[in-house]
Ligand binder design. Structure first.
Ligand SMILES: CC(C)(COP(=O)(O)OP(=O)(O)OC[C@H]1O[C@@H](n2cnc3c(N)ncnc32)[C@H](O)[C@@H]1OP(=O)(O)O)[C@@H](O)C(=O)NCCC(=O)NCCS
Length: 174
């Protein structure tokens, strides 16, 4: 079952993120890894900044989480994690499909360049990696990330964003 999270879910969401993030261990640059990968404080800050989490619940326990955050004229998909033991069973796909139905705005997703499985996952769902210059611009505009994270990240955009971009270019670049 997919449902909107509430404050009572905080601990479980935090646990799912850190369990799912084990996939990054030894893969993302060592200077970007923290223990735990996401602190409770950081998660609290993200929620306070407007990230709304949806959860996938099975038999009363949460196995997947995905956040959605409207920022300016776009919607960001944030913090997509499925428990290690529950990955590759279609949970991420269901959460992503659900979140995409919640917005008509262009959707952007940022992830680690080294997380090739995540990039492939989003590409399977119709997202396209943007070029280097666009990535830099978008990460600065819509995310709050340090310079080093910009270097080591990629941004994927949906068809709506790409179409809007093509229109802007055709109109002389807004
Ligand atoms: C990336 C992530 C959120 C995707 O969630 P997921 O539930 O594992 O994703 P799905 O099962 O829907 O799809 C993942 C793959 O499993 C495959 N799959 C789906 N159901 C399957 C099944 N029943 N049996 C075998 N494989 C299956 C899909 O084909 C898909 O492959 P693809 O990416 O090559 O297209 C999850 O794997 C995860 O938490 N990874 C670690 C953290 C991470 O990278 N997060 C992204 C942050 S932006």
């Amino acid at each position: 079952m997919i449902r909107l999270s509430g404050t009572v879910d905080f601990e479980q969401i935090w646990a799912v993120i850190n369990d799912g993030a084990e996939a990054y261990r030894g893969v993302i640059p060592a200077d970007r890894w923290e223990e735990p990968y996401m602190s409770r404080k950081k998660l609290q800050r993200e929620i306070a900044a407007g990230v709304v989490f949806w959860v996938f619940e099975e038999h009363g326990s949460i196995t997947g989480v995905m956040g959605i955050q409207p920022v300016g004229d776009v919607t960001l998909i944030r913090h997509a994690y499925v428990r290690s033991a529950s990955q590759k069973q279609g949970i991420g796909t269901q959460l992503l499909r659900h979140l995409r139905q919640l917005t008509t705005r262009p959707v952007l997703i940022g992830t680690w360049a080294a997380a090739i499985w995540a990039i492939r996952f989003y590409e399977t769902h119709g997202f396209h990696q943007v070029g280097f210059a666009q990535k830099e611009r978008l990460l600065r505009k819509y995310w709050t990330v340090p310079g080093r994270q910009i270097e080591t990240s990629v941004v994927l955009a949906d068809e709506t964003w790409l179409r809007d971009q093509a229109c802007e270019l055709a109109n002389g670049g807004a």
